[in-house]
Design a protein around this ligand. Sequence first.
Ligand code: GLU
Length: 287
Amino acid sequence: MSAPLDHAVTRFAPSPNGPLHLGHAYAAVVAHDRAIDAGGRFLLRIEDIDGARSRADLAEDFRADLTWLGLAFEEVPAQSTRITAYREAADSLRAMGLLYPCRCTRADVAAAATLQGPDGPIYPGTCLRNPPLGCADPVWRLDVEQASDLAGPLTWHDERRGRQRARPEQLGDVVLWRRDAPASYHLAATVDDAADGVSVVTRGADLFAATHIHRLLQVLLGLPEPRWHHHALLAGPDGRKLAKRRDAPALSDRRRAGEDGCALADRLRRAFFDTGVSLIEDLDMGL
Ligand code: GLU
């Protein structure tokens, strides 16, 4: 299927906390081709909001990996340089009365939660009902019910799965601000996609549910509505999605070993994957 000539701006937004693997290469090829086939622009954004886990040497590898795959990119500012913009966004949500402080630990949440969402237990609202005491810095959660009431019914468009009704309650009162990695992924990615002029947010189907929250945040923050393209994921021989922590082979190792990166990108375009690797379609992921 050829892409519309809509001058799409897409981005590849890896976190430098582990090397890129074949799944990332596929994501980058999809995002690159979606933009370039449409006469648009392909951006690289280093998502290094989590300072403690981010490594500058990996970001350098990511640039070299993309070039090796034959994917020309424009780099936009990394998340670590944009904390002020995230703080302003959090402050404006707080001024609207939509954020509340929470001091629950992960274990507290697991013990109190009765509902499971796509990303784990849904926060049961303990600190919303009983404002927490203590001197440690709290995290700040989005009051999804109040935010949804304010925003009204919302929809968003996925290029593969069509029009979606926004259901941010699927993830519940997500954390948007914390002390260590200041902004959460949800807040930072939403602010960045707007700041970078991204018109088609291209990323893996494992982040499909996050989009319900991102759409809500866009409306609350007065940001433009992009389209989304959630692509299928690559799975290893065990049928589970390739993951850094399960030691999927690093692209940087393949590059240093002299493999032809452009040929690899072409094989990914033709969905001709390495032995033992296959696509997991959305349906297999329960979407
Ligand atoms: N930084 C995220 C990751 O490395 C990607 C986020 C996104 O594409 O929205 O998984």
